[in-house]
Design a protein around this ligand. Structure first.
Ligand code: SAH
Length: 501
């Protein structure tokens, strides 16, 4: 059984960092004893441009059978008895390879790398190759499993015999995956999906397999279109375990900080809450409220700060009055998804000239953000640690200083209306805080006063008489006109404030 992982690099970011990330030095071949045989790690190539680590598992079929009998092997037919010894195990990748991955690269799987912590966090250009992978479901299933995770998938059925093509294909696939992913993420995909494809677990499936699955699946399994198939096969189709895993995944989905976007969470919460007619998802209502406010402010050049995967940018593009749209986010991954979803590469020239996606952090002042009509911070502030909020405040209201600023954030009071949300929990695992209406108003008023803005508040979603709306939005309008004279207050603003108070 054989698997290779390659990375490409540059002199500044050498591919040989792969050795640090895997905790295995490129210059030495190493061997590890596992209960099924010996796992070897070696590097067929190791240069700054390209580095390949190979994991070779030398399975001892006899040890494998002994282990099985050790846990109560029943009487088998003579053929089956022979099949135990004469089988494809030593040559084909399978759950054993996944076990070896878990043993040999355990720190890398957890994403731990003391020597190169920053490299462990960033996506690398990776290529994974498994020459012979047993795949029940064939190349099609292989693609359905890996493609949604960001891999470009090569999956070719291996012929039974090159000399006799008429014999047709075997149940093996030659797998080549290419993509820009964090190494830990890539290893976890393999750790879970290799046995899923093999569909014949070679070790006992016990209750702690659910934990293992959820740990390895963190951040990607909950949103996977084939989640059910993956869970069921991984847990050897044991119903009670599969059910437990599905329930816990649903909760994880609600709290998944890393990859799930806000919209999905809102939708899931909406679905879980409302059993009557199909409600308008909260994320859709939020965007509608934002667009309304931008239109009535007469904004044409708009910043979407913390744009995430670009849903609002997409809406803005549909309306020609928004002539310049800039989406900014700190996450390169979010921006990559946004660019793909918006189809930036396929866009006509005129459309493309209206939109730009830029990477940046809102806790630093940024010259590129000056001179716009409006800035939107939709569900962003709660992702910052409270002590960093003043820095964002200064970067947006003090330095970029657009005429209109829209800020939306969850109203924590509303959380009690969501039955699926355990008491005392925030809506998203990455939320550093969620505010009551009073807390948000207090903050907004202090910011407005400090920077010369007026502010009014707009509820988004059903405005519950007791707990208020699920989303709260503050609309800030610059009230000082520093170039034309002394500070004035926008009369509409004061009026709305008075009614809101
Ligand atoms: N505005 C989008 C996404 C909200 S999720 C929406 O309404 O759906 C919050 C986003 O803020 C994430 O994409 C996250 O990467 C981004 N973010 C968090 N901290 C940031 C910072 N310091 N600078 C820029 N973006 C940040």
């Amino acid at each position: 059984m054989f698997l290779t992982i390659s990375a490409t690099g540059t002199p500044e970011r050498p591919a040989t960092d792969l050795g640090f990330l895997l905790h295995k030095h490129p210059e030495s071949a190493q061997a590890f004893t596992t209960s099924y045989g010996t796992a070897h790690v070696l590097y067929p190539e190791a240069s700054a441009e390209r580095c390949t680590a190979a994991l070779l598992l030398d399975v001892d079929p006899v040890a494998l059978v002994r282990r099985r009998q050790g846990r109560g092997g029943q009487g088998r037919s003579p053929d089956a008895a022979l099949a135990q010894y004469v089988n494809d195990r030593p040559y084909a990748a399978s759950s054993l390879l996944a076990v070896a991955l878990g043993t040999v690269f355990s720190s890398a799987l957890r994403g731990v790398c003391k020597a190169r912590p920053e490299r462990a966090e960033e996506p690398l250009p990776l290529r994974v190759e498994v020459p012979v992978l047993p795949a029940r479901g064939g190349p099609d299933l292989v693609r359905r499993l890996f493609a949604p995770l960001g891999w470009t998938v090569g999956a070719e059925q291996v012929g039974l015999d090159a000399t006799f093509p008429e014999w047709g294909g075997s149940r093996y696939v030659r797998l080549v995956l290419e993509g820009e992913l964090r190494l830990a993420r890539a290893l976890r995909h393999l750790y879970v999906l290799l046995p899923v494809l093999d569909d014949a677990k070679h070790y006992w499936v016990s209750a702690d397999e659910v934990d293992k699955l959820l740990r390895a699946g963190e951040g990607w399994l909950a949103g996977h279109p084939e989640q059910h198939l993956i869970t069921s096969r991984y847990l050897a189709r044991r119903r009670s375990l599969t059910r437990e895993a599905s329930q816990r995944l649903e909760l994880a989905r609600l709290a998944d900080a890393d990859d799930t976007d806000v919209e999905e969470i809102d939708n899931a919460v909406d679905e879980a809450t409302d059993t009557e007619e199909k409600p308008v998802p909260l994320a859709v209502r939020r965007r509608a409220a934002i667009l309304d406010a931008l239109r009535s402010a007469g904004a044409a050049r708009v910043l979407d700060l913390g744009c995430g995967q670009g849903q609002l940018v997409h809406e803005l593009l549909k309306d020609a009055r928004f002539t310049e749209i800039v989406g900014l986010d700190v996450s390169v991954r979010a921006l990559t998804v946004a660019a793909r979803r918006l189809g930036l590469e396929r866009m006509g020239e005129r459309q493309a000239a209206r939109v730009r996606l830029v990477q940046g952090s809102l806790v630093y002042t940024d010259k590129r953000l000056k001179g716009y009509d409006a800035a939107v911070l939709s569900e962003v502030i709660e992702h910052l640690d409270l002590p960093r909020l003043p820095a964002l405040e200064y970067a947006v209201f003090g330095s970029a200083r657009p005429r209109t600023v829209l800020v939306t954030t969850p109203n924590v009071e509303y959380n009690v209306r969501w039955e699926t949300l355990p008491a005392g929990h925030v809506r998203h695992g990455d939320h550093r805080f969620e505010w009551t209406r009073e807390e948000f108003r207090g903050w907004a008023e202090r910011v407005a006063a400090r920077h010369g803005y007026g502010v009014r508040h707009v509820p988004v979603g059903p405005d519950d008489p007791e707990v208020g709306p699920p989303t709260q939005m503050a609309v800030f309008t610059l009230s000082e006109r520093p170039t034309t004279g002394p500070a004035t207050t926008d009369p509409t603003t004061t009026e709305k404030e008075a009614t809101a108070a």
